[in-house]
Design a protein. Structure first.
Length: 288
């Protein structure tokens, strides 16, 4: 068990990191996605790539601070959104405001920008959104990068049973830990930093009602095996070897005709986007 002093130190680091990462931002702009304001940034030039962040964070925290946005913008047009329910985007409190709407926001953004197609790269929750988009709107995509995420079969009982409990805890005013910590003993467990980070973000730095609605809608993002096998787009998976969702990447192997996999040795869910191996692999895939 970690000492109390270590726990306090880690918690303090998470708190101050969250305050810094979630400060007011003025770089981007907003468009209306069927009545919901969606914040996005648009920089660089060339072939477009849309970046979709993970649960309870925002585009700045997931992409900009680790240097991914700057790295990709050297060669590509980089468009990063705040997923609805997060950051400066609108935060519906109804379950119907999420699920398929998380996916449709991507196509509406492309329409708003006058783009026929783009690469789409998503991390964690964003990876599940990107994978669902690839099955329902493949004609709008050049490729899909499923990062720090993978494929969860629709009948995964551990996944389905964990969602209501997490939503109930958050609705009761308690911060929640990572969903991936509830997905079975065969997976790596989230590290202490990851657990504290998610608890702080969900309890103090987000709209809890919006996150509850999003969590309850998550089963609507499921992709069945037939849909996965039907993908003809180039697909890239990048995951840390210590990430609990590395198992989800393994589940994708052999099911997609054009599938590139990169495992970042020794990296967990939080650290992976900061690693040079992650950034080099993502940039190399998109430029190919």
């Amino acid at each position: 068990m970690p000492s109390r002093s270590l726990t306090r130190t880690v918690a303090s680091a998470c708190w101050h990191g969250a305050r810094f990462a979630l400060k007011d931002r003025s770089l981007g702009t907003v468009f209306q996605s069927d009545g919901v304001p969606i914040y996005y940034t648009d920089e660089g030039a060339g072939v477009p790539v849309v970046l979709v962040h993970g649960f309870a964070v925002n585009e700045r925290l997931n992409w900009r601070l680790p240097g991914v946005t700057r790295m990709l913008a050297r060669d590509l047009r980089v468009i990063s959104i705040d997923v609805r329910g997060h950051g400066r985007s609108g935060k519906p409190h109804r379950v119907a405001g999420y699920g398929p709407e998380l996916v449709e926001d991507m196509t509406r953004l492309l329409d708003h920008l006058g783009l026929e197609r783009a690469h789409v790269a998503g991390y964690s929750l964003g990876g599940f959104i990107a994978l669902k988009l690839a099955t329902v709107r493949p004609e709008r995509m050049l490729s899909v990068a499923v990062l720090g995420a993978g494929w969860e079969p629709p009948d995964n009982r551990a996944f389905l049973d964990a969602l209501p409990k997490l939503a109930d805890d958050l609705e009761a005013g308690r911060g929640i830990g990572p969903l991936m910590g509830n997905l079975g003993a065969e997976r790596n467990k989230p590290g202490l930093m990851h657990q504290l980070w998610v608890k702080l973000l969900t309890r103090y730095f987000n709209d809890a009602k919006a996150l509850v609605a999003l969590i309850r809608s998550t089963p609507q993002l499921a992709v069945d095996e037939a849909e996965l096998r039907s993908l003809e787009l180039p697909v890239c998976s990048i995951v840390g070897s210590r990430d609990p969702l590395a198992v989800s990447v393994d589940a994708m192997r052999g099911k997609i005709s054009d599938h590139t996999v990169c495992v970042v040795d020794g990296a967990d869910h939080i650290a992976t986007p900061m690693r040079p191996e992650f950034q080099d692999a993502l940039r190399g895939f998109l430029l190919r």
